[in-house]
Design a protein around this ligand. Structure first.
Ligand code: CA
Length: 225
């Protein structure tokens, strides 16, 4: 899952980035509204954390412009404390949730998890596929009742496939959602991660869809048959 964090206060931005990265997400950062708007229009983020008070262009305008352009990713806005007006206007502008400053990083993480889950159509914090279980709270994946030992990239690939279980996911899509913007991306490495994952889980769970990509085929669901 790849997130955009828009926050102009350097210390807070660094703290939030650490918290989000620690929770297994890939994080791109933006410090002003114009940069944020451009990135949100041009990169396929799974979620955006958007501070409203920004230099360059205010967060509400950025959000409205994204929604007008048809960008539907979940957006969590950060508002000044006790500013109910910002919350109302923000939600009307297309925000999915808000947090008032100051807040605990744990609360941000809980809201991010909930938004990502809902965006992918999952009701529960645990996302299962056959013997696999993604615990979104712990950022861990279990095989039967044992935690899988995964590198951070392997985790991101498998977590993305689990969030999109029974859907075909292209290599390009996987690449876009597991690497940060400044990372030297190579979609061939996806094949390497998939090969390693197939040695760690029942190999037939990850199906290759020729010419299209991969699909995590969950036993017992229509798409797996
Ligand atoms: Ca600010």
């Amino acid at each position: 899952m790849r997130l955009l964090l828009v926050e102009d206060e350097p210390l807070l931005a660094a703290q939030l980035r650490d918290a989000l990265t620690g929770a297994g997400y890939v994080v791109d950062g933006a410090q002003d509204g114009l940069e944020a708007e451009y990135q949100g229009l041009n990169e396929p983020y799974d979620l955006v954390v958007l501070d409203l008070g920004l230099p360059g262009r205010d967060g509400l305008t950025v959000l409205r412009n994204w929604r007008q352009a048809g960008q539907s990713m979940p957006v969590l806005i950060l508002t000044a404390r006790d500013n109910w007006h910002d919350k109302v206007v923000g939600i009307d502008a297309g925000a999915d949730d808000y947090l008032a400053k100051p807040f605990h990083a744990e609360e941000l993480l809980a809201r991010v998890r909930a938004l990502l889950r809902r965006a992918a159509g999952h009701a529960s914090a645990d996302i299962c596929c056959g013997p696999l279980r993604l615990d979104t709270r712990q950022a861990r994946i279990w095989l039967d009742d044992a935690p899988l030992e995964l590198t951070s990239h392997e985790y991101r690939v498998l977590a993305y496939l689990l969030m999109h279980r029974d859907e075909t996911v292209s290599r390009t899509e996987l690449t876009e959602h597991i690497y940060a913007q400044d990372f030297d991306r190579d979609s061939n490495t996806i094949e390497v991660f998939i090969a390693r994952l197939r040695r760690k889980i029942p190999a037939d769970l990850i199906q290759t869809v020729r010419g299209l990509g991969y699909r995590l085929a969950c036993p017992g669901t229509a798409a797996a048959r």
